[in-house]
Design a protein around this ligand. Structure first.
Ligand code: MN
Length: 253
């Protein structure tokens, strides 16, 4: 049993350090992480430039000038002469709730690990506002889920998207199996001027939860529970195939 750790906040991020500490002793750990913050990288691969790997600590910490997906992709397709059995990504500094999962590099790293044929886990810490603080809480949550997966495996290739309230561990009320909610539209883009008088833009903040009622990931976290959402990669809207087939066959008028 070998576990691969990755993240999207970069190899210096406190959440990654906490995760590694919490999982030490479970199995041999290898960290492969981006050289800087690549939050919002989604599932992107670097195809137009070479990737370089630096060993920050021999046989344990590897740093890549690429995306979270690059990191996991390299790690499971030839960087090492052994295989991994599980990918744990995080602990992200910030929520990955609802539509966030489409943009998230933290979730993408876990998604990339699905080829391992074992459940992979993305862990995020959700502050009420500002920067997250209780990374140890999320790391302990990750440890308990990994222990549980090892003793009682889930269906293969399930991606677990875990969001942890930013609270002391004792204040966590439990675990809840959830579905993704979704957010209101993001806040408007922020327009500014660079020192040379040219327009520049900053992507605005994510919107608040819109579909955030009972059963959603938003609701669980807001009520002090760890939200665990099983994800799949198949984006097909299966229920729409028959209707689409009929629509395509209708004679044009
Ligand atoms: Mn991040």
């Amino acid at each position: 049993m070998k576990i691969l750790l990755a993240n999207d906040d970069g190899y210096r991020a406190p959440g990654l350090r906490c995760l590694k500490d919490a999982l030490s002793g479970v199995a041999p750990l290898t960290v492969v992480a981006p050289d800087r913050n690549r939050s919002g990288a989604s599932n992107s691969l670097t195809l137009d430039a070479p990737l370089r790997v630096q060993q920050a600590e021999e046989d344990v910490w590897y740093v890549i000038n690429g995306t979270p997906t690059d990191c996991v992709h390299l790690a499971i397709t030839g960087l090492f002469d052994h295989e991994f059995d599980m990918v744990v990504s995080g602990v992200n500094d910030g929520a990955n709730l609802g539509d966030d999962v489409l943009y998230s590099g933290t979730v993408a790293a876990a998604v990339e690990g699905r080829f391992l044929g074992l459940p992979t886990i993305a862990v995020s810490l959700v502050p009420e506002r500002g920067q997250a603080r209780h990374f140890e809480t999320a790391a302990r949550v990750a440890r308990s889920l990994v222990d549980r997966l090892l003793s009682e495996p889930l269906h293969q290739s399930t991606i677990l998207n875990v969001n942890v309230p930013d609270l002391p561990f004792e204040k966590i009320r439990g675990f809840e199996a959830t579905r993704l909610g979704y957010r209101h539209r993001a806040e408007a883009v922020v327009k500014a001027r660079d020192p040379r008088g040219r327009d520049i833009y900053w992507i605005g903040a994510a919107g608040p939860g819109q579909d955030a009622g009972p059963g959603t990931d938003f609701h669980a976290v807001a009520n002090g529970f760890v939200s665990v959402t099983p994800l799949q990669v198949d984006l097909t809207r299966h229920g729409a195939i028959d209707g689409l087939r009929a629509w395509l066959q209708e004679p044009s008028t």
